[in-house]
Design a protein. Structure first.
Length: 327
């Protein structure tokens, strides 16, 4: 009887394993921004890891849909209800674009898969700038006539929201200049065309290494953990937090993935398992360190709870910044 029971259990497990859902054709990873940006880099890193380790029998293809600040990609996902062969990468624009534009879509129309990291934000100045601290920045901004030029990637996106949060607290008006990308904002800072910029580490690290820009401080509650030298004498962990210099405002950006709505629990579980495998690889950990991302993997209720709280935080800050439509 015992042997028969064990054999029956083994047969059941075998049947369940055989019936577990897997993709039956290529999977699209939709990036709601152009090639080369941080979201694109994340998607292509995942694609390479999946292929290298043979995590899927089917191929994964990165598709860029940058129109309408991610709105085009989000609308396509909404129209793809029930399609388990499409994923979308996300940042905080998953809340900001619908709130700012009133397009008829939100993350609630999708199936959460996983949060994979949080992207740090920092305040950056030209390498030759006399500004060495947040107090120096506050003084320069208050004394500037015309207002201090602050650059960032995009309009009514994370960079402008961060700029609003920082300079509202400092009590200084600014002239915010939106650029097509964080990389372009970094180039403008390196050329002294703006005084300060808000940026992710991955978008400014090349100019920092080249001695053209430098991080004033990071906006996360804690210092970035990575201790390997980025320049001759500094690691990310050597960069102080802005809060160490008296600034209360903090900001980190979501990095995560969703499926369309209407997929089955088995299909959702497949991608959750896949992402957990991807984020456990040495290649993923190297990617996180190279881009100074904060490791933070959340699935299920933990991910949904984060999304709800983060959306509420963004809605409140956007209302204060005047980013929400009035009618």
């Amino acid at each position: 009887m015992k042997r028969a029971a064990l054999a029956g259990a083994a047969l059941l497990l075998s049947t369940l394993a055989a019936s577990a859902w897997e993709p039956t054709k290529s999977v699209e990873i939709i990036v709601p921004f152009g090639p080369g940006g941080a979201s694109d880099q994340m998607a292509r890193t995942m694609q390479a890891i999946i292929q290298k380790h043979g995590f899927s029998k089917e191929s994964f293809i990165v598709v860029n849909k940058p129109a309408a600040t991610g709105g085009e990609a989000m609308m396509e996902m909404k129209k793809s209800k029930g399609d388990p062969h499409k994923l979308i990468t996300t940042s905080s624009t998953i809340y900001m674009t619908p709130l700012a534009t009133k397009i008829p879509v939100s993350w609630h129309d999708f199936t959460p898969v996983a949060m994979v990291a949080q992207d740090e934000f920092g305040l950056w100045v030209n390498a030759e700038s006399p500004i060495k601290s947040v107090s120096d920045l506050a003084k320069a901004a208050k004394e500037a006539h015309p207002p201090l030029k602050v650059g960032g990637g995009g309009s009514k996106r994370e960079d402008e929201l961060v700029s609003f949060g920082v300079f509202s607290e400092l009590g200084a008006p600014i002239s915010y200049i939106p650029y097509k990308s964080g990389g372009e904002a970094s180039t403008q800072l390196a050329g002294n065309h703006i005084v300060v910029e808000t940026n992710n580490p991955s978008e400014d690290v090349a100019n920092w290494r080249a001695g053209l820009t430098r991080p004033l401080c990071v906006l996360s509650p804690k210092r970035i953990a990575y201790t390997a030298k980025v320049t001759g004498d500094m690691a990310w962990s050597d960069v102080p937090t802005c809060s160490e210099q008296g600034l209360k405002f903090t900001y980190n950006m979501l990095r995560g993935l969703f499926l369309p709505s209407g997929v089955t629990p088995e299909q959702q579980a497949y991608y959750v398992d896949l992402i957990e495998k991807v984020t456990a690889t040495p290649e993923w950990k190297e990617y996180l360190e190279r881009n100074a991302l904060k490791a933070d993997v959340r699935t299920g209720k933990d991910y949904v709870d984060f999304l709800n709280a983060d959306e509420a935080k963004h809605k409140d800050l956007m209302a204060k910044a005047g980013f929400l439509p009035t009618n």
